[in-house]
Design a protein around this ligand. Structure first.
Ligand SMILES: Nc1ncnc2c1ncn2[C@@H]1O[C@H](COP(=O)(O)OP(=O)(O)OP(=O)(O)O)[C@@H](O)[C@H]1O
Length: 545
């Protein structure tokens, strides 16, 4: 019955043309509700939408989520599923003249404005991954949102046009959306147009794990808040842990998993370090947990096997800054971001996934249909694969720079340019040294770290751990490896508020992926005060002191 309640609550808001926020904890079925609402709209309003040339926008944060939703609505052409950038760009792109005027103004506010006085005729404005070159009409990822906001503020009629094309706009995982996007959606689009555009946000503020996300959104007059108190995913003892972690949002375990187990390993009798994990694994094995039926989520840089297969790479990030290793893990730095895309291209090719390749490759390859296109891409990727396994990071960057598989993003280009510059200040020199040293590291280390991140950390882009679930989850915490997060201090209540929040969210996201069993293993000693919080949170489980 609860299922009907949430869907009904959403349907009521839709009928009344009111915007809403489905805010609920992990496993509550938010994404499922979003998909079912889309199905309901298609079943009941198809004729009307088609007759007026209207569509539904469904904005997702990642390509992985996009694919998932597409599959579940059978890629219905009435629904545009895409990233916020795709959606906004399709909306503003037709207004080239107005865009150029905004660009001239926007340019003045940039820290490094371009000289646009010499540009006689406005160029054709394009949005590209290659980064910003305003004089040539090229705008970047970041510019799309800022320019959209400027454009609609200057031309309110545009809002009416967008709202009548998209009278319904849904956002999945809204907590990871940028504050500017939320501003655009709520302050401009919600309620706009003849049909009162409905903006529906689905997500959970406590699952924000990326820096750039807006987190909680509170707009009592504008958004009807719909809360769900079910948890369809996790077994009762796991839900009990989540409830103690988050007493302001108590969930009922009503899913299929009615039995489960929870373990907390402190293992203080064993020396701190990987041995504590080994000891925990021995206990879990006696209970039937194996590497095959358990998902490891490591909040650490240590490989379970002990040796780090990307030690040199990690060392460069360590030298770069105190947050370098964290940025490597969360892929929050231009080099690792780009190299991750290179790895995704290579993986998609190996899997013969040409649909995935099309979405990864450059604009020039928007449709890989012709045999000759496939052949050209195959050749380029084979050449890449040869260098990936035998060359350095520099070799791969040079090869990619010469070819035309992936454009080099603007930020990376400028780092590469500054690599050989002279007279840099201390910070830029450190960055330049980083670029040069990184280039000498074997590319195999990139392959290792990418596999590690995708398989063993919550920062996976391949699977998007946040929306995912596994039978058993083993969360391994090693606070000595991180700077942006500190689970121990969060538990002890002694950390700064922002880091406390980040750590709590990350820990919550990890623990809430478990369907049946959850084990949390601390490999180093905890600060004073942490253990009593853990005793409380894990009271439904077995604590291994
Ligand atoms: N109404 C329902 N009835 C039965 N199972 C459901 C229902 N809603 C969701 N589920 C199942 O519960 C699990 C979690 O659902 P879903 O991924 O939609 O939750 P979520 O709230 O988006 O999760 P999270 O925020 O933790 O990623 C899935 O396995 C899904 O199939």
């Amino acid at each position: 019955m609860a299922r009907l309640d949430t869907l009904e609550a959403v349907a009521t808001e839709m009928e009344a043309r009111r915007s809403f926020l489905v805010e609920a904890g992990a496993g509550a079925g938010k994404t499922t509700t979003l998909v079912r609402t889309l199905q309901h709209l298609l079943n009941h309003h198809r004729t009307d939408l088609e007759a007026h040339g209207r569509r539904i926008a469904c904005i997702t944060y990642t390509n992985v989520a996009k694919k998932k939703i597409h599959e579940r609505i059978a890629a219905d052409p009435l629904i545009d599923v895409g990233t916020i950038h795709e959606f906004l760009w399709s909306a503003i792109q037709p207004y080239q003249r107005e865009l150029w005027l905004q660009i001239l103004d926007y340019n003045k506010d940039l820290t490094k404005p371009e000289d646009l006085d010499d540009v006689t005729a406005p160029p054709v404005i394009e949005y590209s991954d290659r980064g910003r070159r305003l004089s040539e009409g090229r705008i970047s990822h970041d510019d799309v949102i800022a320019l959209s906001l400027r454009l609609v503020t200057a031309h309110p009629k545009l809002i009416r046009i967008i709202a009548s094309k998209y009278p319904i706009i849904f956002v999945d995982e809204y907590q990871d959306t940028s504050p500017k996007t939320i501003q655009l959606l709520l302050d401009h689009l919600a309620g706009a147009g003849h049909e009162n555009c409905v903006v529906g946000l689905f997500g959970d503020s406590m699952q924000k794990i990326y820096e750039s996300g807006v987190g909680a959104v509170k707009r009592p007059g504008l958004l009807t808040e719909i809360t769900k108190h079910e948890n369809y995913r996790c077994s009762p003892p796991v839900v009990e842990v989540l409830n103690r972690m988050r007493p302001d949002l108590i969930q009922d375990a009503i899913g299929d998993q009615q039995t489960g187990e929870v373990h907390l390993f402190l293992n203080t009798g064993t020396p701190a370090g990987p041995e504590r994990l080994t000891a925990a694994e021995a206990t879990l094995a006696q209970n039937g947990w194996t590497r095959e039926n358990s998902k490891y989520l490591l909040l650490t840089h240590r490989r379970i096997a002990g040796t780090l297969e990307y030690a040199n790479l990690l060392e460069q990030y360590r030298k770069l800054s105190r947050y370098g290793p964290d940025d490597l893990m969360a892929r929050n730095e231009p080099y690792i971001q780009y190299l991750t895309r290179v790895e995704s291209v290579s993986t998609a090719f190996r899997n013969n996934d040409f649909a995935e390749l099309t979405s990864l490759l450059d604009e020039g390859w928007t449709r890989i249909t012709r045999h000759s296109d496939k052949r050209a891409i195959s050749q380029a990727i084979r050449a890449l694969d040869a260098v990936r396994t035998s060359g350095t990071i520099g070799d791969v960057l040079d090869l990619m720079g010469d070819g035309h598989l992936l454009a080099t993003p603007g930020k990376l280009k400028s780092l590469e340019r500054r690599r050989t510059a002279t007279g840099l200040d201390e910070r830029d020199q450190r960055r330049a040294d980083f670029s040069n040293n990184l280039r000498n590291v074997s590319y195999r280390e990139v392959i290792s770290v990418t596999n590690f991140i995708d398989e063993l950390t919550p920062f996976s882009t391949q699977h998007g751990v946040k929306g995912d679930e596994f039978e058993n989850v083993v969360v391994v915490v090693d606070d000595s490896a991180w700077n942006r997060y500190n689970i121990g201090k969060m538990l002890a209540g002694t950390d700064k508020p922002d880091r406390t929040e980040r750590s709590r969210n990350l820990f919550y996201v990890c623990c809430s992926r478990a369907q049946r069993g959850l084990a949390v293993v601390f490999v180093n000693d905890l600060p004073e005060g942490a253990e009593s919080t853990l005793q409380d949170w894990f009271a439904s489980g077995i604590i291994h002191p």
